[in-house]
Design a protein around this ligand. Sequence first.
Ligand code: CA
Length: 421
Amino acid sequence: MTDPNDPALRSFVPVDPASDFPMQNLPYGVFSARGLAPRIGVAIGDYVLDLWGLEQDGRLDVEPGTFAASSLNAFMTQGPKVWARIRARISELLRHDNDELRDNDELQKLALLPMAQVELHLPIAVAGYTDFYSSKEHATNVGVMFRGKDNALQPNWLHMPIGYNGRASTVVVSGTKVRRPRGQLKPANTEHPSFGSCQRLDFELEMGAVIGQTSPMGEMLSEAQAQEMIFGFVLLNDWSARDIQQWEYVPLGPFQGKAFATSISPWVVTSAALEPFRCRGPEQVPQPLAYLRQAQANNYDLELEVGLRAGSMSKSARICRTNFKYMYWSSVQQLMHHASSGCAMNVGDLLGSGTISGPEKSQRGSLLEISWNGTEPVQLADGVVRTFLEDGDSLAMRGWCQSEGYRVGFGEVEGTILPAD
Ligand code: CA
């Protein structure tokens, strides 16, 4: 059988070279259309392939009803061998030189839908959401702002991927509007805290690793086990209320300042599709402890950009362009660290990478850094200036791995800010 990542593969479905969804991608999502219940599909060009339709027609060999589900969890539970076999089969069905679906009008009418006509849903039932803090550039920027240049990184930072347990209940799919959070605020110049709407609302550009296998309570994970457990990735916006966060975070870390919303992109790009884009991350000095060491290149050369559009602007202005490859701690190391205490991991766990900033000023992945804590307002367009997000602002992130003649992309994750009341 052909390698589904073979650059030479072509589909009978037309795919523009600039599309995020060529034959070499085949990301999974959950969609509904024609008034029917949500089911699982795969993106190909401007179309969605209905896997439940194909399963019912006897074209996919899985546990019955796998693709009728409203989340990918049951499919992910079936494990990496099934993931590989199904991806290869879908690739085969979409090939330009395979007549099975290409010449079957009835089946095509049933199973191939224009993406513009479907509604995309949250792709996974999020079991747990953990957010990390693994970009050295981001942690350094934030540290310099709040503690000064000499104490920018906390003493633990170079020794483990720092993280906290976030809320799974408020992970939402792209396009979901986000209400400005409320919380306790205590600006530096006031004596007492007050309760009110967030005045320093921010985004964080992150990738989310989707965990597709369980690990038992009490067990640690090897690098190979951790790699195998990561089903794929989504774009992730870890919305952040900086003023709420600043007052609440001592001594247990972020809580309400992060709990109100986390947005993810609707398509889960599989680790298998990202395989050709693996690269080594930055050199880790000092060498991590033995349980965190990695022999493989577990980073990805994955371009990222962020656009911001105020309600009054006709089109969005780019405010960040960076790359996932800069991350100091890889998703594999995050997962190994997460399980190292004996913490059980579940199918549907979501691991936020942490804000992805790069070495350059144009590569900062949050408004906190871009506006340097509000002291350097950013000019968008049409005279619009921002330090933090305002009501009506739309924030969109895009990501893709560029290959010769095609790209393996993630689509986008977008969210628009609604007023607090
Ligand atoms: Ca974060």
